[in-house]
Structure formats: structure tokens, C-alpha cells
Design a protein around this ligand. Structure first.
Ligand code: 5AD
Ligand code: SF4
Length: 442
């Protein structure tokens, strides 16, 4: 049996694709291994959203080429594979096959070709008819939490972003298929499902392809309600796109306990001028009104965002608007990125006016603001009891356990292994930088 080692970078969509690749390879007679050194095949699932993410591929292939002993065949999948196609063979020495983002179902053909000695196999085609999205239990990143892609691709073309090019146009899975899969996962012991998509709330299935009535404006909140009705214990969804984030989504959360109290709503900039340059399709006022609805909810919804500093043309005044927005929204956490020019995107041709040093200064400044906000926001959890899905052992202590709350905070506590996979009550006793610590009630 040939052994395959799979390394995954990037977003949850990549994690999900890797799970599917493992499922397919195991079905076709390969053995998945955690040990890279003994692998016959190494597959790298790549991300190209920022230059830093892209750099990891070069480092990893270089390491394999210079390692001692038997060399494995090397395959590249994911966003870089899709964007580069055949040109990757010229760019990086030591790559044997290239598999695009919609070709994951055909991974075995690529591996077979490479193992038989052909170093030039490339498949960046569309998904085959009847592409099977299911993942075998044994190949999921967690036995208790499942990622379920409900929409792939992106039609938004924000000027900085490579995703519309690496992931193609938006395609939504039929609602009936999603509900079927959630039921199957629930029956198989999964407690939490994450509905995922680059713009998950832009979900819009074809009229005739799903359950009745899922077409139209509020398709996503209708889907949320249908998934909630399966009775699965917890449902999370990410990433939401502001323009398509309507009040009916918050209504659905309020009316269904199993829809978790966490919304990830990337804003990208606090300046209307920069948002226009980014072609985001929303204004700060519109964004704030969505935040107001979330904050006034009867559920205590945890709010997170993504932000880019140093976009071409971003002035000091624009940056100060971003700080103002952070003060207004009081995000529970924020992923802050320095703008990274991506070849092929419209912004790549804009004049990159913000120096690297200035980007770093803005990054650090915003990080400082957000740290203060986070520390103040997190206080509300102290002494509170949160429902935590116990997902694994935490490495620090022998009886340490770890999981996530419904508001998607990491919660660590001490307890017996027998609660793994269960949802338990944990009273928060300590606030750490990136997590909460507490005592379990059994
Ligand atoms: N430079 C910096 N950050 C980017 N992101 C997307 N494209 C870029 C880029 N070119 C960030 C956005 C997005 C997150 C996944 O990555 O904030 O929401
Ligand atoms: Fe990275 Fe975007 Fe591709 Fe995800 S979809 S792996 S974030 S480039």
C-alpha cells in the first residue's frame, strides 16, 4: 500500500478539500500517513491569499528536495495549483503533479500518474458530474465537528482578492442535499456542523435543485432554519459577506437555540473611500447598521472580523477611520492583515502608496487598539457558565481538556476523558489572551 502525506494551508475550504482527498485516496487503496518521512507521496494543499501563505509552498518543496533518503513524489493542490496550472512545473523544481480546486475528486488519477513515473500531470478542470462532497468519518479533522461546504467560489471580485480566480464562480449546493448530509452527520455522532463558504450567506441554489422555496432573497436564513430543524446540537457558519448579511439571519439565530451565537463579518476597512477602491459594495453606515442589529440581539452574539491595513491609497485619515470603526463595533476578535499585492487582481496594478514600514506601524497600532477592546469584551465571560463541546485534550496538563463555546471561544478546563465529544457546562474562572479557562460541572 502506498502511503500519502497531506499538508494543508489556508482556509476551512482547503481543510474540507483535504478531508475529501483523504476520503477518496483511502477508498482507492492508498494509506494516509502522519509521517512525512515514510511517505511515498506528499501532497501540499496551498493558499494564495497573501504572499506569505504562498511562500510556504516553496519552503516545503525545497525541504523535501533536500531531505536525505528516498524522495516521495510531490503533488500541489489548492489555490496556487488552480492559478498556476502547468506553469508551476517551471516555477518550482520537484513538483510531479498539479491538481486544481475543483479537481480534488480525481486525485487518485494524479497520484497514479506520478507514481508510475510521469512528472507533468496537471488537472485544473471543473468538478465532475455528481461530485461527491461527503467525507468519511475517519478523515474528518474532528470526530465531533464537521465542515460542510454549502457554497463555493466567489462572484464579488473585491479588488485585492485572488479568490474569484482561484475558486471560480459561486455555486450553491442544493438545500435538500445539505439537509440530508446534516442528518447523516448527526446520526453518525457529529454534534457541531460548520456551514462554510467564501461568502456563506450569498447562498443561492438553483430554483429546481433543492428543497422547495430556497430561491430568492433570504435563501440563506431559510437554509439556516432548515438545518436547525434537523435537531443537530450546534450550527456555526462562516464567512459572511456584509452586503448579503440581512436582519433575517439574526432573526433565525434568535429563534433557534442550535444556531450558535457567533458571526464573522469581515469589514476590510473603516473608510468609505477605501471600501470603494476595494469595490466591497458596502458603506460604513450600512455595515454599522448590521452591527447594531447583531449587538441588540437577545442572544449575546460574538462578533469577529477581518481587516486589511495599507491598501493602495490608504491615507492616515483613512486608517484613523478604521480605528474609529473598531471603537464603534467592539469586535470580540479581529484578524488584521497587511495588504499583500496579488498578481492578477485589479489592485495589483494600483500604485502601492503605503510603504512596508508604514503598513507595519498601522498593523501594530490597530492590534493595540483591538487588544484593549478584546480585553474589555472578554470580561463579560468571567464567572459565566458556557456550553462547551469537548473536542480534545489540551497539551498543557495531563487532565486538560479543550473545546469551543457556542460563541466560538476556545475554552480549556480539567476533567475526565469520558466527556470527550459531549457538550458540558464550564464556569469561566480565568481569562487568557486567546482563550478562556474554567471549571466543569458534571
Ligand atoms: N492582502 C491582504 N489580506 C488579504 N485578504 C484577502 N486578500 C488579501 C490581500 N491581497 C484577507 C481578507 C480576507 C482574509 C481571508 O484575507 O481580510 O477576509
Ligand atoms: Fe487561501 Fe482563499 Fe484559497 Fe482559502 S480560498 S486557501 S483563503 S486563497
Amino acid at each position: 500500500m502506498k502511503k500519502v502525506y497531506l499538508e494543508t494551508y489556508g482556509c476551512q475550504m482547503n481543510v474540507s478539500d483535504s478531508e475529501r482527498v483523504s476520503t477518496v485516496l483511502a477508498r482507492d487503496g492508498f494509506e494516509m500517513t502522519e509521517d512525512q518521512d515514510s511517505a511515498d507521496v506528499v501532497i501540499i494543499n496551498t493558499c494564495s491569499v497573501r504572499e506569505k501563505a504562498e511562500q510556504k509552498l516553496y519552503t516545503q518543496v525545497g525541504r523535501i528536495r533536500h531531505s536525505a533518503g528516498q524522495k516521495p513524489v510531490v503533488g500541489v493542490m489548492g489555490c496556487i495549483a488552480q492559478l498556476e496550472g502547468d506553469t508551476l512545473f517551471e516555477k518550482i523544481n520537484g513538483v510531479d503533479f498539479v491538481l486544481g480546486t475543483r479537481a480534488v475528486g480525481r486525485v487518485s488519477n494524479a497520484v497514479d500518474a506520478a507514481l508510475s513515473g510521469y512528472s507533468g500531470y496537471s488537472d485544473v478542470g471543473e468538478r465532475e458530474d455528481g461530485y461527491d462532497w461527503t467525507v468519511a468519518d475517519t478523515h474528518r479533522h474532528s470526530p465531533y465537528v464537521a465542515f460542510l461546504p454549502i457554497i463555493e467560489g466567489c462572484n464579488k471580485f473585491c479588488t485585492y482578492c485572488i479568490v474569484p480566480f482561484s475558486r471560480g464562480r459561486e455555486r450553491s449546493l442544493p438545500a435538500a442535499e445539505i439537509v440530508r448530509q446534516v442528518n447523516e452527520l448527526r446520526e453518525g455522532g457529529v454534534s457541531e456542523v460548520h456551514l462554510i463558504g467564501q461568502n456563506v450567506n450569498s447562498y443561492r441554489p438553483n430554483t429546481n435543485a433543492g428543497l422547495e422555496g430556497f430561491e430568492g432573497k433570504s435563501s440563506f436564513s431559510k437554509l439556516l432554519r432548515a438545518v436547525a430543524a434537523t435537531g443537530i446540537e450546534r450550527i456555526k457558519f462562516t464567512t459572511s459577506f456584509p452586503r448579503d448579511f440581512c436582519d433575517d439571519i439574526v432573526d433565525a439565530i434568535e429563534q433557534n437555540e442550535n444556531l450558535c451565537n457567533w458571526v464573522h463579518l469581515p469589514v476590510q476597512s473603516g473608510s468609505d473611500r477605501v471600501l470603494r477602491l476595494m469595490k466591497r459594495g458596502h458603506t460604513i453606515d450600512k455595515y454599522k447598521s448590521k452591527i447594531d442589529r447583531i449587538k441588540s440581539s437577545t442572544r449575546d452574539i460574538s462578533l469577529t472580523t477581518d481587516i486589511i491595513v495599507g491598501f493602495p491609497g490608504e491615507t492616515e485619515a483613512d486608517f484613523l477611520d478604521t480605528i474609529d470603526l473598531f471603537e464603534y463595533c467592539e469586535f470580540d476578535s479581529a484578524y488584521i492583515f497587511k495588504y499583500s499585492p496579488r498578481p492578477g487582481t485589479p489592485a495589483f496594478d494600483m500604485h502601492d502608496t503605503v510603504s512596508s514600514a508604514e503598513k507595519t506601524l498601522r498593523f501594530l497600532e490597530l492590534e493595540k487598539v483591538q487588544k484593549r477592546i478584546r480585553e474589555s469584551r472578554i470580561q463579560r465571560y468571567l464567572k459565566r457558565t458556557l456550553k462547551v463541546l469537548v473536542e480534545g485534550r489540551s497539551s498543557r496538563t495531563a487532565d486538560g481538556l479543550t473545546g469551543h463555546s457556542t460563541c466560538h471561544k476556545v475554552v480549556n478546563f480539567r476533567g475526565p476523558e469520558s466527556v470527550l465529544g459531549q457538550i458540558v457546562d464550564v464556569q469561566i474562572t480565568e481569562l487568557k489572551t486567546n482563550s478562556l479557562f474554567g471549571e466543569v460541572y458534571l
